[in-house]
Design a protein around this ligand. Sequence first.
Ligand code: KG4
Ligand code: ZN
Length: 350
Amino acid sequence: MLILGLESSCDETGAALVQEDGVVLSDVVHSQVRLHAEYGGVVPELASRDHAKNVVPVVREALARAKVTLAQIDGVAVTHRPGLVGALLVGVQVAKGIAWAAGKPLVGVDHLMGHLLAIFLRRGDGVREAPSFPFVALLASGGHTALYRVDGPSADAVRELGATRDDAAGEAFDKVGKLLGLGYPGGPVIDRLATTGRAQAFELTAPMAHDGSLEMSFSGLKTQVAELVRLRGPLSVGDTADLCASFQRTVTGVLTKKLIAAAERENVEHVVIGGGVAANRELRERVIGEATKRGLRAHVPDLASCTDNAAMIAYAGAHRIAAGERDGWDLIATSQSVLNASTRKGRGKR
Ligand code: KG4
Ligand code: ZN
């Protein structure tokens, strides 16, 4: 089975052709990062307009790179939740148009399901051992940070085990990047600068790191960095690198610790990471290191599978189509995930 996937939930316009077994024939991503850079974050109205401008060329490019025509695909999968509604609508309406014109089935995919299953994508010649179900996954991106137990490839087989009470981990990277004058998005820059800094130079503490729960909190960490910047004034290049290293050490420490604790609590052998923050070098190394020490098996996706892409959407959609599921022409875009039910964002005790 060959599926065309579309992704437009935030600031990446993506189209991809992926087989049911996870083999990626093409994966085209048009990033809007430069468009939003001067505002220090994603401007929803600009995002929608840019998706509308680029979505058809991106789909054409994905078909051309895979050397297939619409007649050869078996279905269209599109991110329809969660995300910026105006941005999602672009992908959803284009997917409906293509599915209708080509006479193919249409399925909506939850973006978080895409991230959770991205570990099964097979790119190039790389041989990657896939996890088996059940696994415990850390999903850490710009908009979401949570731990899940995943018993199968459908949303009803996913249970949230814990989540951030406030900022997402990627959001914390981006806010700290902004505080340090490193531009947007902060994650990749902090990752790079941290390699030259000394993590022990600054003492930062992550709230909830040692409370024995699977809940997390990152906004206080950002405040500590803001306070340091305020007290010290403009930082030297060396101090900036040190602060990046300290911040990254603290965040990756909490994420790794909670992921391992979740796997042990659930008595599950396989651990998986996903989402943009899973591209972070230190997080990848620490998760592999800690999991190995505890006799667990860590699965880390290719870098291209971590940040937003349409290949993961096509793959998650292939499972829905294979299960005989279909969506109608009344498929809507919505800001809420199907997985959100138990997340407590700023709402006190779980
Ligand atoms: O999954 P993603 O592309 O979009 C969302 O669904 O949010 O994640 C984007 C987030 C941004 O906050 C970005 O700063 C962060 O992932 N990110 C990283 C790295 N690469 C991207 N954070 C830390 N280290 C990285 N290497
Ligand atoms: Zn994402």
